[in-house]
Design a protein around this ligand. Structure first.
Ligand code: HEC
Ligand code: HEC
Length: 320
């Protein structure tokens, strides 16, 4: 080898790197189109269901693809465009209401199973879009919704009317903040439960209600740390019940608000009721359930007694 050849080798390498760089820049301009046609028949479901689907599936299964900057860098963008094209072809939530009710049920069934098997959302996607992962708690919500959809009958119009009336009242009342109602044992309505995490959902086919059980931060932390028998002081559960509405097309959604119930853990303060403070507020007016009857909590305790080995709590949380 002559010394002459060494230099050109370095130069060649530099040239190749530069060429790759230029190619990288050039391929940025070769872009298949991802269009966003108008959404006319969007998926409808109770907010807690809709939020999961939107967050985890809409990038590939709706006309509302939301590309982040790193999705737009080639060659990743090619794969993204391919996913969106194929994803929309198999299932497009933006065309949901154009589907026959039976097809909607079938698609939802398929969707829940794809998630349960870990096939959806696509792994390479959730590795970067971590917010799109579907934890077990969310899967439980989807399953509960699916179960309702499959089994329930159309709601009668009195329920629909009740919902409309409530909505109009709520619209009017939004500005006027009134004093919080209080149960005879001193427990006041806690509006903040809406910001807590869902621990589980249940539905009662017999009386047509949908129920969601929320836990405050202490409850969620206890679940994570497997510290739930007994639950730590400060734990609060809120169990919320709505009418369950189903229209003639088979769509299920939450109807009029029925009531919210609380259980607040405090060994000392609520020693006489097994360490839990119980409260129930009914109708959107949040009427205290037990006005004038300070011993009402015995009724709650008695019915929760079968769970005495489980700190009087029915709900088995799905792991977060
Ligand atoms: C990164 C894009 C992407 C995301 C996010 C995604 N999918 Fe998919 N999905 C696809 C692609 C691509 C296909 C078609 C090819 C395949 O089956 O792998 C598909 C296929 C499916 C199918 C089969 C459709 C058919 O052909 O009948 C279902 C059901 C499905 N996805 C459900 C979901 C659900 C539910 C979510 C959200 C929890 C989700 N997907 C999130 C890309 C995605
Ligand atoms: C007729 C029996 C019964 C009565 C009475 C009862 N509960 Fe419950 N409660 C249940 C069942 C069953 C569950 C499990 C969730 C479900 O199936 O809805 C539950 C769950 C709860 C939960 C969620 C935490 C958990 O244990 O799973 C709260 C909070 C709650 N009840 C509050 C109350 C309050 C407050 C009262 C009294 C005003 C009360 N309950 C009275 C049967 C009852």
């Amino acid at each position: 080898m002559s010394t002459k050849n060494k230099r050109p080798l370095k130069t060649k390498l530099l040239f190749i790197v530069a060429l790759l760089g230029v190619c990288f820049i050039l391929i940025q301009f070769a872009r298949p189109q991802i269009d966003s046609p108008p959404v006319k028949a969007d998926f409808e479901a109770p907010a807690e269901v809709k939020n999961i689907i939107t967050r985890a599936c809409y990038d590939c299964h709706s006309n509302q693809t939301n590309l982040r900057w790193y999705d737009k860098v080639q060659p990743i963008y090619w794969q993204v465009a391919e996913h969106v094209k194929d994803g929309r072809k198999g299932l497009n939530f933006s065309n949901w209401k154009n589907m026959a009710p039976a097809d909607q049920k079938a698609k939802l069934w398929e969707a829940v199973n794809q998630i349960a098997e870990g096939a959806m959302p696509i792994k390479s996607y959730t590795m970067v879009h971590t917010e799109a992962k579907v934890p077990a708690s969310d899967l439980a919500i989807l399953k509960a919704y699916l179960a309702v959809m499959v089994h329930s009958k159309p709601a009668d119009t009195s329920k629909t009317n009740a919902l409309d009336k409530q909505y109009q009242k709520w619209q009017k009342a939004k500005t006027a903040h009134t004093k919080l109602p209080v149960e005879p044992n001193g427990i006041a309505y806690i509006p903040d439960y809406k910001n807590w995490q869902v621990i589980s959902t249940t539905e009662r086919f017999d009386n047509g209600t949908m129920r969601v059980i929320f836990g405050n931060d202490i409850a969620i932390k206890a679940v994570k740390e497997h510290h739930i028998n007994p639950w730590p002081n400060g734990t609060i559960f809120a169990k919320v019940a709505w009418d369950q509405l189903q229209d003639t097309a088979g769509n299920v959604k939450t109807g009029a608000f029925k009531q919210v119930e609380y259980m607040i853990k405090d060994d000392h303060k609520y020693a006489s009721t097994k360490g839990w403070g119980f409260a129930r507020f009914k109708t959107p007016k949040m009427v205290p359930y037990a006005a004038g009857n300070a011993l009402f909590a015995n009724e709650c305790v008695n019915c929760h007694r079968p769970m005495s080995n489980n700190d009087f709590v029915f709900t088995m949380p799905v792991k977060h």
